[in-house]
Design a protein around this ligand. Structure first.
Ligand code: C2E
Ligand code: MG
Ligand code: MG
Length: 635
């Protein structure tokens, strides 16, 4: 070993060089020292071993105490000389040693190897330990977190099964806690979503998604609960079914969005007015149901219906259109509540079907005869569907006489086409019986098209028979009038028959024209573009406002029969007079319908009414009966 053992010299040893030399020999034996020498401060050698010659070793600085030690390689690097000073026994001594440097290298190499091995071992141990610490404190928690998150993401419904319950006392502890809380929240939010979805599904099963009102099933369910209770207490129940007049026409003319918004608005108003004991539902389409249970007299039920109608019939501005919902209510009133839900609802709906055909009816109570009538209506509707295909419909023609042409043989200004149904069992059925039904079920559209085509074809047939036919007037139902395809259909009928467009006149009832003035103005303009003549039928019954009448691009106004009937009565005279003056001031022709007496004719002629129609001149008749009365065409 190279390490120099401190040489402890007793004071007395210095006096015995022999012992010093023995001591040096012992040291030499136990170490790699080749030679050694001890000198005093004066440079006198006190003891020496080995044969090393240190004479060329300049150690003056050590001897003089200026330096503590000196070292050098000697004998061409084979030896390593070391000189140092130390104080022993109160005097300073200089020690000189020669070491075998070849051995130093071997020892040094062995030492370095051992150190390297040790370092490697330490590195391995430290690395392993570091890895272990790293694994325990970082990797393992990270992997746990990863595993848990992947599993939780795959099964979010029970994500909290993958909570990590360990809480390491480092940052991962906080992360695990946050992670677990997050999983709990995921599960809570999932459950809340699920509850909401279930709640929504339950709601939709019993409610109408558009208006949010209870649906038909819920309405019946409510009735099934309410009626037995009312029956037991002997309390009244009224079931009202409200529907919106002309709703499908609004839907097809202005678009479903406008129709939907109208339904939402009506639903909102109905719902707003609901009080205890009342229940409102949307039964489907434009039909709403209202149950009113409790002590209600028929008069109160009627008042309630009027209130509802007043509430919903306000002008609505939707997407730049002005529409006014018009309601009709069928009421099934039970004074004891002892009826079943289905019957009560059915009865109210029967009333509604009945009042649908009556433009003026706003609400009506159910009566048992209505059921029979409803059945009759259903049969008529079924038969009417086949009537078109089987060719059972006929057109009769009733002349309109030109009053402004003097003389007894006044010419026909026009002929009004009036439909009849040649029923195989019931004979000839008048339009009053089936047109309202056709209007209510929509059949009026194909029937109306048939009338238009047949009327135009008749003009053609009269012409082909060498006659000069008058203009033919065709009645257009409200539903047809709102059909966006009407102008095209009219054009098609004229073209198919090969007649001029002014050979055709269309009669639109005042009530149809007034139900939506904006739409009427637009439809009249497109019909005008087709070239047909236009008149307002049944004038005086539809509550026209004069300002609206001014906007309608029409040729003539037809005074309703009810006013003509009363001519001779001062009031009726005044009304007819006013209508004629008004029409003339607006530049329209006046036609009077239902003229039955000479007195009526004279009154109308004196007021310069242009045309008259009525039994006084002729009843509606088949085309063949009209033919002999038509002038022959000039050859
Ligand atoms: P409207 O268009 O006002 O037709 C006049 C009705 O009064 C006709 O009844 C006609 O026969 C009747 N009438 C004419 N003059 C007199 C008279 O002097 N005295 C009496 N008591 N009645 C007279 P009709 O043919 O039964 O038609 C009734 C209604 O049916 C028509 O009223 C019209 O609204 C409707 N209608 C008839 N044909 C058609 C059609 O092809 N399409 C449509 N949409 N409706 C039609
Ligand atoms: Mg008419
Ligand atoms: Mg009329």
């Amino acid at each position: 070993m190279l390490a120099m053992q401190p040489v402890v010299l007793a004071e007395e040893a210095l006096a015995k060089p022999r012992e010093l030399e023995q001591l040096l020999s012992k040291i030499q034996r136990d170490s790699s020292i080749l030679a050694a020498s001890i000198r005093n401060a004066k440079g006198v050698t006190l003891a020496r071993v080995g044969d090393a010659d240190f004479s060329d070793f300049a150690i003056d600085d050590v001897v003089a105490g200026r330096r503590d030690k000196l070292a050098r390689f000697a004998l061409g690097g084979k030896c390593y000389d070391l000189a140092w000073s130390a104080t022993a026994g109160g005097q300073r001594l200089v020690f000189l040693t020669r070491l075998d440097s070849s051995q130093i290298n071997t020892l040094l190499a062995a030492f370095i190897l051992r150190i390297a091995g040790l370092v490697a071992l330490i590195v391995a141990v430290v690395t392993a330990r570091t890895m272990l610490v790293l694994y325990r404190s970082v990797l393992r928690p990270f992997f746990m977190l990863r595993r848990s998150m992947i599993a939780a993401a795959a099964h979010p419904d029970h994500a909290d099964d993958y909570r990590i319950h360990e809480r390491p006392r480092n940052e991962f502890g906080d992360v695990f806690q946050a992670h677990d809380e997050m999983l709990t929240r995921v599960v809570e939010s999932k459950r809340a979503d699920q509850l909401r979805a279930e709640e929504r599904a339950r709601f939709l099963a019993r409610h109408d998604p558009l208006t949010g009102l209870p649906n038909r099933d819920f309405f019946l369910e409510h009735l099934r609960q309410t009626l037995p209770v009312a029956c037991e207490r002997g309390e009244q129940v009224q079931v009202q079914v409200l529907n919106l007049a002309g709703f499908s026409a609004i839907n097809s003319a202005l678009g479903q969005n406008v129709g939907d918004r109208m339904l939402i608005e009506v639903a909102r108003k109905l719902n707003q007015g609901v009080s205890a004991g009342q229940f409102v539902a949307r039964l489907g389409g434009d039909e709403f149901g209202i149950v009113n249970a409790g002590p209600v007299s028929p008069a109160q039920a009627a008042e309630h219906a009027e209130r509802i109608l007043a509430e919903i019939e306000h002008l609505l501005a939707i997407d730049g259109n002005e529409v006014r919902p018009r309601g009709r209510i069928g009421i099934a009133y039970s004074s004891t509540g002892c009826t079943d839900a289905e019957t009560a609802l059915h009865d109210a709906e029967v009333v509604l079907t009945r009042i649908r055909s009556d433009a003026r009816a706003r609400y009506q109570f159910f009566s048992p005869e209505m059921t029979q009538e409803a059945q009759r209506r259903q049969e008529t509707e079924r038969g009417l569907r086949q009537a078109l295909e089987r060719g059972e419909l006929r057109l009769f023609y009733q002349p309109k006489i030109a009053l402004d042409q003097a003389g007894a043989g006044r010419p026909y200004a026009a002929c009004e086409a009036l439909i009849r149904w040649q029923h195989p069992a019931r004979g000839l059925i008048s339009p009053g019986e089936f047109i309202p039904i056709a209007e209510a079920c929509g059949l009026i559209v194909p029937i109306g098209e048939w009338v238009l085509r047949e009327a135009c074809a008749q003009v053609r047939r009269w012409r082909e028979a060498g006659l000069t036919p008058p203009r033919v007037a065709v009645n257009v139902a409200a539903l047809q009038f709102r059909d966006p395809k009407l102008p095209e259909m009219v054009r098609g009928a004229i073209a198919a028959a090969g007649v001029e467009s002014d050979a055709l006149e269309l009669e639109i009832t005042e009530s149809a024209a007034m139900s939506d003035v904006t739409l009427t103005v637009a439809v009249l303009a497109s019909l005008r573009a087709v070239g047909v003549r236009l008149s307002i039928d049944d004038f005086g019954t539809g509550y026209s406002s004069l300002s609206y009448l001014r906007k309608f691009d029409i040729d003539a106004i037809k005074i309703d029969k009810s006013f003509v009937d009363d001519i001779g009565d001062a009031n009726a005279d005044a009304i007819c007079d006013a209508i004629i003056r008004l029409g003339h001031s607006l530049g329209k022709k006046i036609i009077a319908e239902g003229v039955e007496t000479r007195a009526q004719l004279e009154f109308l002629s004196s007021r310069r009414c242009e045309e008259a129609q009525g039994f006084l001149f002729a009843r509606p008749m088949p085309a063949d009966d009209i033919a002999p009365k038509l002038p022959r065409a000039p050859t």
